[in-house]
Ligand binder design. Structure first.
Ligand code: HEM
Length: 418
């Protein structure tokens, strides 16, 4: 009897997002080049196909349509390609290079300490008072959901009193990003965020044109390349993109890393005892727990993939999470194993990274060094202060069903306070 070939998954459905791995395996095995007629996009799922294509042009107008239009009035630079894109990348690159990010280290550490230390103190006091035997916290609700966003706001040097307003813009933008049902209210909210952010930021940009301060807005305002400076509208849309891209990614990655460490106590113990393993832990997290599920591409010429022609101008989703679990590239791909020998951890945060969690090519994540520094500082601080970290009794992690970025809204843990 012939084995039945399973149907391709609906990658936008909540069921798929919550547990994407079985569906991605079906795509890789049976439908490596697949057109989803409902979603009207092509999907590629194998590592060997995705890697070269992601190195070509970028997301193009698809990014502008998905998010750029909500960030500001200028075209957002991730939706540009060629010379226009290269020029902006070169202008911004020094701030996001490792050396550039190091100049923000004290701000990152300040934010991590400011959030974590009061929690550790609270739990130390609770245990000392006999209220409980182990410390408790919601790692995501209390820490990661705030930390990278606060770092970004600090790097842009925006007033602390406006944090609630910034949280509201941030929620409005992420709402539009996950709006698969095309709820008009979520789009309205994102448009409101664009207007409100514009009213807030444009006077700040004007003020910082003549500033020699070391915050990111002042640096962007005075930066020049080949005699060209960034106009106000572009600084505005880049700053909005930073709040969104900087706030919404590293937090989820940290959440998943903690989730995996609670599930693998021997790896947690090894990392706590030997922090030189941090690079390996972070690299494995980027591969195993890809938060960005797919990146978009719009080929300018017909693409030939495995004998199928993808017409120029089509929307193509490169399923990078699938590539990071492709058994043709990785041994036991679904296993979190920071000791794996088929992944070069030393390259995980640079353009030649072997995993595809940051994409590849000219649009490779510009924030990779920043996210590494944030994760490294945060995890070291956590492991310095708490140990034997476990999921709280009865707690089961439930991923958010939004399709583009896979995240955990809550992670309740218990621990020993050091
Ligand atoms: C673990 C954390 C992060 C992950 C997983 C991540 C993921 C990605 C991915 C997959 C891309 C490629 C998009 C494409 O090729 O179409 C990208 C690009 C980008 N990321 Fe990140 N990112 C992270 C952190 C950050 C941070 C902290 C920032 C803030 C500065 C940031 C800002 C950007 C920007 C501006 C781009 C567009 C670059 C371009 O088009 O040239 N990301 N990111």
């Amino acid at each position: 009897m012939e084995a039945r070939i399973p149907a391709p998954p609906n990658v936008l459905s909540p069921e798929h997002v919550v547990d994407p791995w079985p569906g991605l395996a079906v795509l890789r095995e049976h439908y490596p080049v697949h057109y989803d007629a409902d979603a009207e996009f092509w999907m590629l799922s194998r590592y060997s196909d995705i890697r070269p294509i992601s190195r070509g042009s970028g997301p193009g107008p698809a990014f502008q349509e998905l998010l750029g239009q909500y960030l500001g009035d200028a075209v957002s630079f991730p939706s540009l390609d060629g010379a226009e894109h290269r020029h902006r990348r070169r202008l911004l690159a020094p701030f996001f290079a490792r050396s550039g990010v190091e100049s923000f280290q004290y701000r990152i550490e300040r934010q991590a300490r400011g959030l974590l230390e009061p929690i550790v103190e609270r739990e130390r006091a609770a245990v000392a008072a006999g209220l409980r035997t182990r410390g408790e916290m919601d790692f995501i609700e209390e820490f990661t959901s705030r930390f990278p966003l606060h770092v970004m706001i600090d790097m842009l040097d925006l007033p602390e009193v406006d944090y609630p307003r910034m949280h509201a813009w941030f929620r409005a933008w992420t709402g539009a990003e996950g709006n698969v049902s095309r709820d008009p209210e979520l789009f309205e909210r994102a448009l409101w965020a664009r207007e409100d952010f514009g009213e807030f930021i444009l006077p700040i940009i004007a003020e910082r044109r003549s500033s020699d301060a070391d915050d990111l807005i002042s640096k962007m305002c005075v930066a020049e390349l080949d005699g060209m400076a960034l106009p106000d509208e572009e600084v505005r849309s880049i700053a909005a993109g930073m709040i969104l891209g900087g706030g919404e990614t590293t937090d989820h990655q940290l959440g998943w890393l903690m989730h995996e460490l609670t599930g693998h106590p021997e790896q947690q113990q090894a990392l706590a005892e030997d922090r030189a393993l941090m690079d390996k832990a972070l690299a494995e997290s980027m591969r195993h727990s890809s938060i960005v599920q797919y990146i978009g591409r719009t080929p300018t010429e017909d693409l030939q993939v495995r004998g199928t022609t993808i017409p120029a101008g089509s929307s193509v989703a490169l399923l990078i999470a699938s590539a990071n679990h492709d058994p043709d590239r990785w041994q036991n791909p679904d296993e979190f194993d920071m000791f794996r020998t088929d992944h070069d951890a030393s390259k995980a945060f640079i353009g030649s990274a072997e995993h595809l969690g940051f994409g590849a090519g000219p649009h490779f994540c510009i924030g990779s060094h920043l996210s590494k520094m944030e994760m490294e500082l945060a995890m070291n601080l956590v492991l310095d202060n708490i140990g034997d970290i476990r999921l709280a009794d009865g707690f089961e992690a439930q991923p958010d069903p939004a399709p583009f970025i896979r995240s955990l809204p809550s992670l309740k843990i218990t621990f020993e306070v050091r």
